[in-house]
Design a protein around this ligand. Structure first.
Ligand SMILES: NC(=O)c1ccc[n+]([C@@H]2O[C@H](COP(=O)([O-])OP(=O)(O)OC[C@H]3O[C@@H](n4cnc5c(N)ncnc54)[C@H](OP(=O)(O)O)[C@@H]3O)[C@@H](O)[C@H]2O)c1
Length: 252
């Protein structure tokens, strides 16, 4: 890695918003580490053509300990320090959807591990292992309006994302005083309603407000993953990134 490289770690890079973010980050001067459980051969092909160094890793992020171990070894193996390091916590699941009275440990726990515990543990590993790089660090968690407003039937998702929001605030509280160049800025950003596989899952689920999501799709009111990714990256590069730790793309 040359000293000018900016290092981005993107979770959930195989599909949806994560794939669109990865695609948009394929610009000279960047170096990417992408993780998901499955491959996206077309995106891998585009990445190869771009000439941007991309390392693809298959990891199940419902397992925090192995995710943190993996991330630590990836960061340990960087032989040149990057100019900046950014962790994009994008991987997430929406199911189980259903009433609180039907919550089951067998689906609730993997959900919370994926959406909350792994992002927390990975952030810890990221902050520890990037210390030696002497560069500015950012953590961008993809949050949701559901973290801030309850939706009937989405208690797992609302609670997990609300936990992620508070975790991001805790990171800022703990690292606010970190002197340059190793500054840490963290934001939990809600992206709006985006046309991805997750919205497909939502439209096919059974909960009180499902018609609202079906209407958004029918009326072509969903944002595309590509447009949303572009707006997220513009947000990430704002000089005041981190000044609003819980934010929503729909505010802009
Ligand atoms: N779409 C929306 O309207 C919307 C709105 C608000 C917030 N968000 C948030 O935006 C983020 C991206 O969502 P999306 O809409 O792009 O969803 P998506 O199309 O369902 O993609 C989810 C991504 O997360 C990965 N992932 C899920 N579980 C994983 C696991 N156990 N281990 C590793 N990777 C895993 C998936 O990869 P594999 O299946 O290959 O592992 C996939 O790449 C999520 O955090 C979501 O909560 C989305």
């Amino acid at each position: 890695m040359s000293e000018a490289d900016h290092l981005y770690i993107i979770t959930g890079a195989s599909r949806g918003l994560g794939a669109a973010l990865t695609n948009a980050l394929l610009v000279p001067g960047n170096r990417l580490v992408c993780v998901a459980r499955s491959r996206n051969l077309e995106l891998e092909r585009v990445a190869t053509m771009s000439g941007v160094p991309v390392a693809w890793h298959l990891q199940d992020l419902s397992q925090p300990a192995s995710a943190a171990g993996w991330l630590s070894s990836v960061l340990e193996s960087q032989d040149q320090p990057p100019a900046s390091a950014t962790l994009i916590l994008n991987a997430g699941v929406v199911e189980p959807i259903g009433p609180v009275s039907r919550l089951q440990e067998s689906t609730l726990l993997p959900h919370l591990l994926t959406n909350l515990a792994t992002p927390m543990i990975m952030t810890g590993a990221f902050l520890e292992r990037t210390e030696k790089f002497d560069c500015p660090r950012k953590v961008l968690a993809i949050s949701s309006g559901a973290a801030r407003h309850p939706i009937e039937g989405w208690s797992a998702y609302c609670a997990g994302k609300a936990g992620l929001d508070m975790f991001i605030r805790s990171v800022n509280a703990e690292y606010a005083g970190t002197p340059a160049p190793r500054t840490v800025r963290a934001v939990a950003l809600a992206p709006g309603v985006v046309d991805t596989g997750m919205q497909d899952t939502i439209r096919n689920a059974d909960f009180a407000q499902v018609q609202r999501f079906r209407d958004l799709k029918a009326n072509q009111q969903l944002a595309s993953a590509e447009e949303t990714a572009g707006r997220i990256l513009a947000y990430l590069h704002r000089p005041d990134f981190g000044s609003t730790e819980l934010d929503d793309l729909r505010n802009y």
